[in-house]
Design a protein around this ligand. Sequence first.
Ligand SMILES: O=c1ccn([C@@H]2O[C@H](COP(=O)(O)OP(=O)(O)O[C@H]3O[C@H](CO)[C@@H](O)[C@H](O)[C@H]3O)[C@@H](O)[C@H]2O)c(=O)[nH]1
Ligand SMILES: [Mn+2]
Length: 744
Amino acid sequence: MHKILDNLIRMIHSKEMGSSTESHGSTIHVPLHTCVLKSRNSANRLFAIVYSFAILSLLYHHCIALLHSFTIVSLLILLADAVLAFMWATSQAFRMCPVERRVFIENLEHYAKESDYPRLDVFICTADPYKEPPMCVVNTALSVMAYDYPTEKLSVYVSDDGGSKLTLFAFMEAARFATHWLPYCKKNKIVERCPDAYFKSNNSWFPETDRIKMMYENMRVRVENVVQEGTISRDYMTNEGESEAFSRWTDEFTPQNHPPVVQVLLEHSKDKDVTGHTMPNLVYVSRGKSMNLPHNFKAGALNVLLRVSATMTNAPVILTLDTDMYSNDPQTPVRVLCYLLDPGMDPKLGYVQFPQIFHGINENDIYGGQLKLEFQIDASGMDGLVGPTYVGTGCFFRRGVFFGGPSETPELNQDHLVNESINSKEVLAMAHHVADCNFEKQTKWGTEMGLRYGSLVEDFYTGYLLQCKGWKSIFCNPKRPAFLGNSPINLHSILNQIMRWSVGLLEVAFCRYSPITFGVKSINPLTGLCYAHYAFWSIWSIPITIYAFVPQLALLNCASIFPKASEPWFLLYIFLFLGAYGQECLEFMLDGESIQRWWNNQRMWTIRGLSSFIFGLAEYWLKFIGISTFGFNVTSKVVDEEQSKRYNQGIFDFGVPSPLFLPITTAAVINLVSFLWGIVHVLKQRDLEGLFMQMLLASFAIVNCWPLYEAMVLRTDEGKMPVKITLISITLAWALYLVAPVVF
Ligand SMILES: O=c1ccn([C@@H]2O[C@H](COP(=O)(O)OP(=O)(O)O[C@H]3O[C@H](CO)[C@@H](O)[C@H](O)[C@H]3O)[C@@H](O)[C@H]2O)c(=O)[nH]1
Ligand SMILES: [Mn+2]
């Protein structure tokens, strides 16, 4: 087994990529980067062998039992365990050869001079000035404009899907503030270049700090006032050019229906900062939209930026960012160059992905918002194969990956050189043309070019299809996070977000290129399994739901459905349970997380299984048969003071009467009642053996549900469980109790 795997992995690496560069170039002996296998590989593989035997024997046991006496319950348990086995098997692909990389920025000078650095186009998406406050995206833009990178090679493009002049106004203000902020950061070698984060942390103070802070505050107040008023009064406009720009927002202009707006706010060849140095380009883009044409959400927005930037700067390297993902390290692009400029690098390297890391996560991460397993542990597992998938933000691409063959529009060709000013009439006309909503009609955009359409998780889908085409990627996870973003701080937002992901992932699971059929062949079997694991992410809900209800309802009916505590099969169950939980716990601890964080993460896994995943599955099928038109519901980045207070105290926030909460609360009720009933039964009958496992399961669920009981009965604050939900769930639990005897 060990050998087969090694061979497989060697095959995957037939073209050695990303190892140390020492062997390349005869004179240079300093590495740009190294890549080593994590030491846990062998243990993982050994454990996988033992565990798979255990799973096989359990499935065998189930089949025998089923042949013996066919009941709905044994069928359900078999189904649950089969799904668990599938998810376990696919998850092993991440554990076969996780790697760790290091980058040596200090060695880059041996390979390239600053003048050799490639140009870099940064894309930032925003979609709604009320859910994503303009100051948030302004901060993100300022943090990347201040990168330690030659300014004449840097351009920042902002996509405003909200089509809002408020956002444009915020960026006009930002362009002015940037002429002070950039020299300030560079002169004082500031590391924290997102102004908001900088002023919030107690950083070192310089003579001009107070003045800069004052300017920042002035800008913030102006922008927030304008957003609150919803319009820009004349007093806020500083020159004719600005009022002319706003004049494009005519009465017919709505966020869903309007012509494209491309506005150059800073141009490096003209604009200087206050110390006389050049500024990077800053361009505002609001793509044209029409009610009658699909806009394909974020994928559509990024494709417009790909084209607009092609007509203006056409940089060979592209960084995509979300509104809230600000740069936390000015050296990041140079770090990426250590891979891109390595002469020995595989020419098929398509992108370098940084993990999504979030600021403001509470101490014990009650909502598992860090997504440690998904964004970090599993990503380093894929990195050992052909590389991680794209996660939508914090990713540096080679422009070439998005432009399949040569384009019919000459301005969109990769080697098209832009010599004219980006503010010239011709360039602007072309930029507006490619940002129009009709441009993509009858083109290969979204199918063979650009970000791919057809899934609500355009990032996962695009990364997957790029890898199917043979592109490889690298996972770069430096000690100091390269980017930091917002994570929702109430349960409802988190569950909604994960539900949207579930729908999008199912769209990948059942598309023509399903990872389970196409991916395993065209990339490699292990990577195919990794993609399948996430594509089918929401089927976790099947075993979780079955295990949350069936054994407990059986308990209430005195039906024993698991082996007795004295039977050997019982030990098998215990081994399977402890093995899976133990391995994940160990992984968390080895990655420097606390045991509480792991605990909360596993709780969120059940909560997701009983809410987002169930509803995601349902939503996907409704969408599939054409009943629902579930779209990209943007996650709000507005922070409510009270909510934030509760979050920091580690208190769960339910608040809204959402159906998403119903399965969880119903399960909480059923588990509590069945456990209490079980205790009574055991005391009366003195027979624990047969029901022991069911009691164990119920008690485990109760411990997990503790915050729910508090929210349902003990709390009085705004974040408690709405009474309506509690009442409905009690009724549902009662109904389940009444119908259960039919089955047992
Ligand atoms: O029609 C749309 C919808 C969204 N966005 C932007 O997409 C980004 C992500 O939206 P958000 O609401 O924050 O969604 P999340 O679920 O937090 O995003 C995760 O999941 C998305 C879908 O997989 C990825 O695109 C993101 O990069 C990833 O962070 C934001 O910058 C939005 O402004 C648009 O530009 N246009
Ligand atoms: Mn987000």
